[in-house]
Design a protein around this ligand. Sequence first.
Ligand code: SF4
Length: 170
Amino acid sequence: MTESFTNSIRILDIKYGTSVDGIGLRTSLYCAGCENHCIGCHNPQSWDEKGGEEIKVEDLFHLILEADMNITFTGGDPMLHPEGFIALAKMIKEHTSKTIWCYTGYCFEQIIQHPMRKALLELCDVLVDGPFILEEQDFSLPFRGSKNQRIIDVQSSLKDSTINLYNVSM
Ligand code: SF4
């Protein structure tokens, strides 16, 4: 694990009070870097992992605390370099009761095979997984762009060793 990825995250944007990145009003962190390069990606400018601004994990934590909202990690792809997000998610879970949603182009099954990505997964409440597939695009879907993407209840899925979908009508 490199020191840089552990202590900081390259951030493209922070949005407060967004309602499109998960249930309720959330603080969304948009990180730089994605290697999935989905055709039709809504945000190809996020693919460059050197984009955005490097922000210390501790500073991000304090920015998050200022807003009384739950958290979403998105991008780019937070699972590309999960180290900083692991450190941030640990602080969030240790000091707050905020829920964490994470968006990624990797599938749940791929993530659990990768030790660092699995470590981040274990700190999340909900994972929206899989690449955006243009042929499966559906504007009516809440919180995702294409039908193949799943909204997964992470903790119950890890416990049951199967995919349990998250009920977005809750
Ligand atoms: S995973 Fe998301 S950010 Fe990455 S290319 Fe696909 S749609 Fe774009």
